[in-house]
Design a protein around this ligand. Structure first.
Ligand SMILES: [Zn+2]
Length: 129
């Protein structure tokens, strides 16, 4: 499942000084966000832009692949004959995910990522017209 985009329920402005268990070291994550390709930033901010890629049927199960038009992540689902998903895997580009061991992004990290996404749009708006 696409767990890296899971929402947290922390209220804005609360708990900012508490240690974040299992969160990634801030410096490593911020560095990763700063260096991340823009299409990866946008997919993390807006969600993937899925397009049909392939579908096959094997022994009654459906094997469906969707591909993100922006970042080329492949979403592979296996669904039973009733349409119920029995397996969900994602195949990300090598440099999409943060370095191994850096853990998940905190809510604050995601704010930083959103700002980078917004700044890129602002830059695009002022240069194209
Ligand atoms: Zn994507």
């Amino acid at each position: 499942m696409g767990t890296r985009l899971r929402q947290t329920t922390r209220s804005p402005g609360k708990g900012k000084d508490k240690p974040k268990v299992a969160a990634a070291p801030v410096d490593l994550v911020r560095q990763h966000i700063a260096n991340m390709a823009l299409q990866y930033v946008q997919c993390r901010d807006w969600g993937h832009s899925w397009r049909p890629y392939s579908v096959t049927q094997e022994r009654g199960d459906w094997h469906q692949e969707l591909r993100c038009a922006r970042c080329h992540t492949i979403r592979r689902w296996i669904l039973d004959r009733y349409g119920h998903p029995t397996s969900k895997t994602y195949d990300y580009p090598d440099d999409y995910l943060a370095a191994p061991g850096t853990g998940r992004m905190s809510a604050d990290d995601r704010d930083v990522l959103r700002l980078r996404s917004l700044q890129a749009l602002l830059t695009a708006d002022t240069t194209e017209d």
